[in-house]
Design a protein around this ligand. Structure first.
Ligand code: CUA
Length: 161
């Protein structure tokens, strides 16, 4: 069978692009994407994050510096612990570091109205820090589809005077 020279050139080019695209996506998912969270966070036990060295029982803890708080949040189908049943409560004029881990599937942790928005990847801890000056109530939202209750997965953060 005779294949025209230009046809062959474009065939090779097209195949080359497919290999390149698949390679890019694979690299992004396996190497770069998951490494991002790990850079600041750490590994946690998927079934029981609180048992991990990098995690504590869910709740609000006073940090080592005055005005600094650490909040440990577990995400689960379909709640934030704390956050959904009991609001997360921190004082105004504080710096808050959120440590977020999932006990089951991929969830999101967004504090609506702020730039806090991270994924909770099973087995990984996500860490985000923000300052809260004014007393205010914020909504917590899950941004990753996690099952039939995803749209109900919400909570509250109260910044109290
Ligand atoms: Cu959790 Cu969507």
């Amino acid at each position: 069978m005779h294949v025209h020279r230009f046809e062959r050139v474009w065939l090779v080019a097209a195949l080359g692009m497919i290999v390149l695209f698949v390679g890019t996506v694979t690299y992004g998912a396996v190497v770069a994407g998951y490494g991002m969270v790990d850079a600041e966070g750490g590994q946690v036990d998927t079934t029981d994050p609180a048992a991990s060295e990098d995690f504590r029982e869910p709740g609000v803890y006073e940090g080592s510096e005055p005005g600094h708080y650490d909040v440990y949040v577990e995400t689960r189908r379909f709640a934030f612990v704390p956050g959904t049943a009991d609001p997360i409560r921190v004082p105004a004029n504080s710096t808050v570091t959120f440590h977020v881990a999932s006990v089951d599937v991929l969830h999101g942790f967004e504090v609506a109205g702020t730039n806090i928005n991270t994924m909770a990847i099973p087995g990984q801890k996500a860490v985000v820090t923000a300052e809260f000056d004014e007393p205010r109530e914020y909504g917590l939202v899950c941004n990753e589809y996690c099952g039939e209750g995803h749209h109900d997965m919400a909570g509250t953060l109260e910044v109290v005077p």
